[in-house]
Design a protein around this ligand. Structure first.
Ligand SMILES: [Zn+2]
Length: 193
């Protein structure tokens, strides 16, 4: 699914427009609280045509699907499980991971300060490639874990995070594996994209 199609789905109320909604996932019906603890997919909770019809009649957030299906007979939102790399990865999972790692290293492990990180970010040589550099991150935004950036800026941060800050991380750091996994998965997604 393209980024525009994904936005269109949300903008037209096919799914909840808010990523902070309690049942925000367009793939499954798990609540936000359950998903924060969940490590594996629960097949019984996946959205399908049957439970979607029930939701339409009981949950007005999803009501517009009734009108949408009149015009797009070949398309059903519960049968399109495509994800989009911009929102689901760069502005989504990968950024959540980077923010949690930065929070851990700055406020809990205290391996470096946010000023040090910003200085390294500012001085980093991204080469001559035409990329959108990551903006500096304020202490207060990191403290509240509310960091907003464009998809292209988030992509830069995810791809270069290890090169920018990796040398300050001890080799036996238990959290760094989260970054190596994130970077490995991102590589795979980009190759498939
Ligand atoms: Zn889900």
């Amino acid at each position: 699914m393209t980024e525009h199609a994904n936005n269109w789905l949300r903008a037209n109320d096919w799914v909840s427009q808010s990523f902070r909604a309690n049942f925000y996932c367009r793939f499954c019906k798990c609540s936000k609280d359950i998903m924060q603890q969940q490590g594996l997919q629960n097949d019984d909770s996946l959205r399908n045509k049957t439970n979607y019809v029930n939701d339409v009649t009981t949950n007005n957030v999803l009501k517009r699907i009734v009108y949408g299906t009149q015009y797009l007979l070949s398309f059903h939102v519960t049968e399109n499980y495509s994800a989009d790399i911009a929102h689901d990865i760069f502005e989504g999972i990968a950024m959540f991971d980077i923010v949690e790692l930065l929070y851990q290293y700055v406020f809990i492990s205290k391996l470096f300060t946010i000023d040090t990180f910003n200085t390294l970010l500012k001085c980093f040589d991204f080469g001559k490639s035409n990329i959108n550099k990551t903006p500096l991150i304020s202490h207060s935004n990191l403290k509240s874990k509310h960091i907003n950036m464009l998809c292209s800026e988030a992509k830069t941060l995810v791809l270069y995070f290890g090169l920018i800050i990796g040398y300050l991380i001890p080799t036996d750091d238990e959290y760094w594996e989260l970054y190596t996994l994130t970077a490995t998965c991102t590589d795979l997604f980009l190759k498939a994209h």
